[in-house]
Unconditional design. Sequence first.
Length: 193
Amino acid sequence: ALVETFQMAVAGTAIGIVLSLPLAILATPSLSPHPIVLHLARSLISLFRTVPDLVWALLFVIAVGLGPLAGTLAIMLDTIGFCGRFFAEAMEETDKGPREALTALGARKLGIVFSAVVPQALPSFINSALFSLEKATRASVILGLVGAGGIGIELKVSMDLFLYQQASTIIIAIFILVLAVEQASAWLRQRIL
């Protein structure tokens, strides 16, 4: 169940990061093709950030049934909201000089985004993605409490049946998993950034 919890966190985060990049591009004022698209993208990101992941998990349990798929989908939407906002801010803060130079050379908007904007914002993207994975690892435990897979349901059953030794073991295992993810994330940040 602990492995399933970690797999939910990794899969939900990975899919969420991939889907948040195009949404973040549309939510960046200087990159969005039209003000209406900008406001729609920002509203969608705000919606994903506003609704707690526990509520998303409940909705997905109703939609797809009990199990890790519901948890993965909830983490995915939470990640899109989290990364979408920070990716958009990182792209907006990039240096405008390379964009203007590519525009003067006749480059298309998509070429400018992937040649000038994304490379400058990449360190911030990596930071946000790693923080998102840490957040998703902790969240995936809670999502199990509502039937969205993972070790959370095992913890709930142990507590309900007054199996405190088993519950303590589960809590220690969760702590070790979260600590390992945080340490790996910090190590990656030092190596990459």
